[in-house]
Ligand binder design. Structure first.
Ligand SMILES: [Zn+2]
Length: 680
């Protein structure tokens, strides 16, 4: 279900500002593409258009400038959303977020979307990607179509510097010397924290953000050089583009994701390579057209070619405040030098005379009805569409939080009095800080911060529920219940309210109250991991093992590394006497856990029960002497020895019997396999 962007209260048409494409009305025609050139796509995370050399004197970016000097530089390149995953998804699908459905980080792209690498690989390209930041990890869905997807950031790391990423890409280029390649390299350096490596740290002591850009540019130079050398005589095409910018305090935003102003939406964009003419293009374009442009280069069709960009109304969105806090949804349109931001009210800027977007012209000029139409046609996700995601595990949540992305997987209240995000900048910092503390489990500190937010934004459902959870976890049940009640008044049918209230009852072991609430949650949002996990525990306590096993299987299907879940399923199947299913589950757990696997005794016992003494012996040999079931393992191992005809089986029986407690010793004495063994 989709709803349309809020409509204007009034539209006055006064024949506004014609689209003024100040120069390059007729672009130089690119010479025909070489047949299937190798293609390099470089995405620069968090890079403002005005923070690279051609717009900023305070930073040195020789690689970007050299590329721009021989290619096409776009000074009005606009991203589709001020956040990493949605912006990249647009580049790789050619679609706006309203069409590909990824409005925030930590969402999962649906399998049906056609991706650029898919098309190129089908068209005979070898494809490889080298990414540097957690929001683009394979699990989120952009790896499809890549023969090689290097998202190895190092254990526990959430980002990789441009240097090591470049090294990986250079190694790949050196070992793939034939045929056309499509390489995507993503650099993450300018994303906060701003900590450039030397010598850039010393060169930019007062602006580490620019230092990160300069450092990234240095690596970009090495990459381009190696890429073009590899393709000599075969043709090369290159796209370099920013995914979004960074607020740096402009319009009250420090980072990115909450607003739609130039500093976060306008990005560097350069095309270069064999046959690409030199030009400076001022036509406003959307970075989503990189998809069609590259397909065209590869001879695989394509529609909108950036090298022949014609004026159009460029759209974009910033929906984090809407999806997370229930504030006004924000949609942007740029046409010529006119920029509109629709967010409950309408702002109008003239980018040519007022590039810093400081004078809102909405009361003095009229808006071209075509722009209004385009904004109104941009479909927004309905708030009650959202809860279908929600299968991020705690590790992913913490990794994203460490980068400043706090996903709220809930469905916020539809608020009549929804505030405009631009009027709420004074609480951006507290919102992010409170959420980060919450995810890091520092509940006391998150309570203080969230109380400040609630004082400013009393109907913020996310904050109300998180506060309730924080109080519940620290044992302050009375305040928790008050807050759950206020959440109910804000949005009685909220799935999140049900989920977290259920967790609250679960925490206090009130299974009869928690169970039905979890069932409700799973009816509406079948992929909610916490509900699946908690309900499985309740079913286990109720001795409904079959139901518990079914729920655990659902969590296994949703998790990237369900090691603990396989082990738990193994225990349940074993308890129900399902030997083959238990073996299967424990084997999967063992494959994932390797050295950390703690169920070798169970597995050994199961193999024996299944008449497989050889793997049983192998498993039982791994049970360590400090394991509480060690003597049982010795007994079972002796059984395996008999069945395998091992010559030392008598010694094994004696060894087990000597260490057994009286109960186990009686079992050993009665064991038919051991009859006739001399005892001391
Ligand atoms: Zn980004």
């Amino acid at each position: 279900m989709h709803i349309r962007a809020a409509t204007y209260l009034f539209v006055v048409f006064l024949g506004l500002i014609a689209i003024s494409c100040s120069q390059e009305e007729t672009l130089p025609t690119p010479t025909p593409s070489p047949t299937r050139p190798s293609i390099l796509l470089v995405t620069l995370d968090t890079t403002r258009a005005d923070s690279v050399g051609f717009e900023c004197d305070a930073v040195e970016t020789p690689a970007l400038q050299a590329l721009a000097a021989r290619g096409m530089r776009f000074s009005q390149g606009w991203t589709t959303a001020p956040m990493t995953l949605p912006a990249h998804t647009s580049i790789l699908t050619g679609l706006y977020p309203s069409e590909h459905g990824i409005h925030e980080n930590s969402r999962f792209l649906d399998d049906q979307q056609v991706l650029l690498a898919d098309r190129l690989r089908d068209g005979g390209y070898r494809t490889a990607a080298f990414i540097s930041g957690y929001p683009l990890k394979r699990r989120f869905g952009l790896a499809r179509g890549f023969d090689h997807y290097d998202d190895d950031l190092g254990k526990g790391n959430t980002e990789r510097l441009a240097g090591p990423t470049t090294e990986r890409a250079l190694d790949y280029l050196a070992s793939n010397t034939d045929g056309p390649l499509f390489i995507w390299v993503h650099y993450y350096d300018p994303h906060e924290p701003y900590e450039p490596p030397e010598p850039f740290r010393s060169r930019y002591p007062s602006s580490p953000y620019l230092g990160e850009i300069a450092s990234m540019d240095h690596e970009l130079g090495r990459l381009i050089e190696a890429f073009e050398r590899r393709n000599q005589g075969q043709g090369s095409r290159i796209v370099v583009v920013g995914d979004h910018g960074e607020g740096l305090g402009d319009h009250g935003e420090t980072l990115h994701g909450n607003l739609l102003y130039q500093e976060v939406m306008r990005v560097p964009l350069i095309l270069a390579g064999t046959g690409i003419p030199k030009a400076h293009v001022e036509t406003a374009v959307s970075t989503r057209h990189i998809f069609d442009t590259i397909l065209g280069w590869a001879g695989l069709g394509g529609g909108f070619d950036l090298a022949n960009a014609t004026p159009e109304i460029v759209l974009a969105e910033a929906l984090k405040p809407y999806l997370q806090y229930g504030w006004q949804p924000q949609v942007m349109a740029v046409s010529g030098s006119t920029k509109i931001i629709q967010s409950g009210e309408t702002e109008v800027y003239d980018l040519q005379s007022d590039p810093s977007e400081s004078v809102d012209l909405s009361s003095s000029v009229a808006i071209d009805p075509e722009i209004t139409k385009a904004i109104n046609a941009y479909s927004l996700p309905a708030l009650d569409d959202t809860p279908s995601s929600g299968h991020l595990d705690q590790e992913a949540r913490e990794q994203l939080a460490s980068l400043g992305y706090i996903g709220w997987e809930g469905s916020p209240a539809v608020r009549d009095n929804a505030p405009n995000p631009k009027d709420m900048t004074h609480i951006f910092a507290d919102l992010d800080a409170g959420s980060a503390l919450f995810v890091r489990k520092d509940y006391e500190a998150s309570i203080t911060t969230f109380e400040n937010v609630l004082a400013e934004d009393p109907e913020n459902l996310m904050v109300t529920i998180r506060l309730a959870v924080a109080h519940s976890i620290i044992g302050n049940e009375k305040r928790a219940m008050q807050l759950f009640e206020s959440a109910r008044q804000i949005q009685p049918n909220s799935i999140d309210l049900k989920l977290y209230l259920a967790m609250h009852h679960f925490r206090f072991q009130r299974w009869e109250l928690a169970g039905p609430l979890f069932e409700d949650v799973l009816d509406a949002a079948p992929r909610r991991l916490p509900a699946l996990e908690a309900l499985a525990r309740i079913r286990e306590k109720e001795d409904r093992l079959d139901d518990a096993a079914r729920l655990i299987k659902r969590t296994i299907a949703l998790k990237e590394r369900p090691e603990a879940e396989w082990a738990r399923l193994g225990e349940l199947e074993m308890a129900m006497g399902n030997t083959p299913a238990a073996i299967h589950a424990f084997e999967n757990a063992r494959d994932l856990q390797a050295q950390a696997f703690e169920h070798t005794l169970e597995l050994g016992v199961l193999y024996l029960a299944a008449g497989r003494p050889a793997p049983a012996a192998e498993a039982l040999d791994l049970v360590p002497p400090d394991h509480p079931g060690y003597t049982m393992a010795l007994f079972k191992r002796a059984q395996a020895a008999v069945l395998l005809g091992e010559p030392d089986w008598r010694e094994r029986v004696r060894f087990a019997s000597d260490r057994a407690d009286p109960n186990l010793r009686r079992m050993i004495e009665r064991e038919p396999l051991f009859q006739g063994v001399p005892r001391q």
